[in-house]
Ligand binder design. Structure first.
Ligand SMILES: Cc1cc2nc3c(=O)[nH]c(=O)nc-3n(C[C@H](O)[C@H](O)[C@H](O)COP(=O)(O)OP(=O)(O)OC[C@H]3O[C@@H](n4cnc5c(N)ncnc54)[C@H](O)[C@@H]3O)c2cc1C
Ligand code: SF4
Length: 561
């Protein structure tokens, strides 16, 4: 083994969690190799948020034939349009299969930064309501941690990320380290007042908590409300790996970042019961390499990390590394969406909103916070917003100058509210390797087998009803509702498949994200989640990653790894 192939730490993936692992490992003094399957990203060259519609060949809609041929699954995501599609995978090169009767949309990014470039930046802490839920109602296994274990790490992460939000003092949605909040629109202020005065079950409306700067931080500028964040952000106003964590890691001069490096499997030493390194394929030349380190952080995203583990077979682990419990690949979750309502408001005709606020509103979970609902467990948070746009061109009659003039008129204020529901952990929702299918690099593809459960669907129906109820109470008219769950995967909050737990017989990872079967292997992306909460999960992944890095470094100092 050459010295060039040996590092103190290896991080697999450079997305939201990999960026955090890289930054903290480097800042704590470890020579760290970051292996990223996708191409490099140079913000000055690759970000496209300021390209105007008239400069786009298809005016932003994209080449629909090309999208259908190369990205038939990715195009289901709103952000995979003419400019954004470059930050999503090619579905032909990255296939997966499904069990009959199931339909999981696996939305992925494969480049330096992963999906931190395209994410919606909504960040909400979990509370003990979430960490205690499995133990209380018996679905899934008990989390090995509680809010007190992760709270300082949320603070640590938020201070570096830069989170805009308003403190509300809620037990189910703890406040964080917030920069100044973005403004509500006039109709949102109105609905906030109505929820406070007409409902007595704890409903409130607050401005979204988002990883977007409203004040400059560490050389990153405050947001200028240009709008299409999913295409990059040259002022580094929103948090992403290329905008924040990777530059911090680079500044230490201890990071080696290798794009186009597809990790195929882990190398396990049965004598020491440690992972000694990783097997890698060069994405361009297909050349095989091995890299070695004292600790490995697996941060390739929920299902990719599990795929790597399932593909790491050895005589000791014929069904995949770290799978002595048989739980690897089990308990896949996503958040439910599809329960929503929208309506129109009269009034405020003298007001419009300026700029494109990259944030919406949030109605924190109010179901099953104090009293238990008779029909379902757990709950949902609601996202949406109230805004005023120009009149709809398709509904406006006429042509020529008159028509163009008519299109300049403002339409009424509209409001939409949709639920993001908690999905119960279900042992039968699973992934496995599909021996008959490989990706472009010859690595076995995943087979996904999962569906929504009864409780998940009930949450969608209730979210639709309660959204309509709130809009009606606020005086909206022409209220339209939807209550069909969207396909699994489309919330892009896939979680589970290598869950944390208290017992090595029923979980893959311990309370520090270490694999029970190889203590120097840490899995800190969404694969580790033992339940799904209803909050957007990435800030929890980040806090768990920072906490796990701290533990790994302390264990290395104690010579335990
Ligand atoms: C449009 C959109 C909106 C979203 N909105 C939100 C939101 O508002 N709030 C929220 O909390 N979350 C949101 N998410 C989800 C969020 O992006 C993910 O939870 C988060 O990016 C997960 O971080 P990660 O590090 O696990 O994975 P990723 O960020 O996906 O990064 C994984 C990286 O690993 C690399 N990789 C994969 N396989 C290998 C391999 N074999 N070898 C080497 N490298 C590999 C990938 O190329 C990728 O760069 C959104 C996602 C999308 C797409
Ligand atoms: S709206 Fe703000 S955060 Fe989004 S791309 Fe523009 S400046 Fe960046």
């Amino acid at each position: 083994m050459t010295q060039a192939n040996r590092f103190d730490a290896i991080v697999v993936g450079s997305g939201i969690t990999g960026g955090w692992a890289a930054k903290d490992l480097c800042e704590k003094g470890l020579r760290t190799l970051v292996l990223e399957a996708g191409r490099d990203i140079v913000p000055e060259r690759d970000y496209v948020e300021h390209v105007a519609p008239w400069e786009m060949h298809f005016r932003g809609r994209g080449d629909r034939r090309k999208l259908a041929a190369e990205q038939p699954i990715q195009k289901e995501c709103y952000a995979c349009d003419e400019m954004g599609s470059r930050f999503f995978v090619n579905d032909i090169e990255n296939p997966y299969t499904q069990s009959e009767g199931t339909d999981f949309k696996w939305i992925r990014g494969r480049q330096v930064g992963g999906r931190s470039i395209t994410w919606g930046r909504q960040v909400y802490r979990w509370s003990d309501l979430d960490f205690e839920a499995n133990a209380k109602d018996g679905h899934g296994v008990d989390w090995p941690i509680r809010y007190a274990d992760i709270a300082p790490w949320y603070s640590y992460v938020e201070k570096f990320v830069g989170v805009t939000g308003k403190r509300e003092g809620l037990s189910q949605l703890p406040d964080g380290e917030f920069q100044k909040p973005m403004d509500l629109t006039c109709v949102e202020e109105h609905v906030r007042g109505v929820l406070a005065s007409k409902f007595n079950d704890g409903r409130i409306l607050t401005i979204g908590r988002a990883a977007v700067l409203t004040e400059a931080l560490n050389g990153r500028g405050a947001c200028h409300y240009c709008g299409p964040c999913e295409r990059g952000c040259i002022t580094r106003s929103y948090f992403s790996s290329p905008n924040a964590t990777l530059p911090a890691a680079r500044r230490t001069k201890r990071m080696t970042l290798r794009p186009n490096s597809v990790v195929e499997s882990m190398i396990f030493d049965a004598t020491t019961r440690r992972v000694t390194g990783v097997r890698v394929l060069d994405a361009v030349t297909m050349q095989a390499r091995e890299y070695h380190a004292k600790v490995v952080f697996l941060c390739a995203s929920t299902l990719e990390s599990t795929r790597i583990l399932l593909n790491s077979k050895s005589p000791e682990f014929p069904d995949g590394l770290a799978n002595s419990s048989g739980e690897l690949g089990r308990n896949l979750m996503d958040h439910t969406m599809g329960g929503r309502a929208s309506g129109t408001f009269d009034g405020w005709s003298d007001k419009v909103s300026y700029g494109r606020r990259p944030n919406g509103i949030y109605v924190p979970r109010f179901r099953n916070v104090k009293a238990q609902h008779p029909d379902f467990l757990r709950g949902y948070g609601m996202q949406g917003g109230g805004s005023r746009g120009r009149v709809n061109a398709d509904d406006t009659p006429g042509f020529g100058t008159e028509y163009k003039q008519a299109l300049r008129a403002w339409g009424p204020w509209g409001f939409s509210l949709g639920g993001w529901g908690e999905c119960l952990p279900n042992h039968d929702n699973k992934v496995m390797l599909d021996a008959a299918r490989t990706d472009k690099w010859g690595i076995p593809a995943l087979r996904i087998d999962c569906t929504w459960g009864e409780n998940d669907v009930k949450l969608v129906k209730d979210a639709s009803r309660s959204a309509a109820e709130m809009l009606e109470a606020a005086g909206a008219h022409d209220i339209r509702t939807e209550d069909t769950p969207t396909q699994m995967g489309l919330c892009i909050h896939e979680m589970g498949t290598a869950r944390m737990g208290r017992d090595p017989k029923t979980s893959v990872l311990n309370g520090w994200n270490q694999a029970w079967d190889a203590l120097n292997l840490f899995v800190t992306d969404g694969a580790c989640m033992a339940s799904s909460g209803c909050q957007n999960p990435s800030i929890t992944y980040m806090a768990l990653t920072a906490r796990a890095v701290d533990h790994a470094v302390e264990e290395l100092k104690r010579r335990n790894l």
